[in-house]
Design a protein. Structure first.
Length: 65
């Protein structure tokens, strides 16, 4: 749920990761870090590694209803 301080208007849209950063897009992909990606707060940790296994958001854009 997103709460706005004012009415965003009839054609409002919300999105995530729809515009790439050229510097990151040009570099080889090495996975995401917790500081640069939208993810959930699921406390699940891998059974073998004991490391957090967050679910990262996919790129999206949608109309606000």
């Amino acid at each position: 749920m997103i709460t706005c301080a004012a009415d965003p208007g009839a054609n409002a849209r919300v999105g995530y990761a729809m515009i790439g950063e050229k510097a990151r897009m040009a570099a080889p992909f090495h996975g995401r870090s917790a500081g640069d990606a939208l993810r959930d707060s699921d406390p699940f940790k891998g059974a073998g590694t004991g490391k957090e296994q967050p679910n990262y958001a996919v790129a999206f854009e949608m109309a606000v209803k």
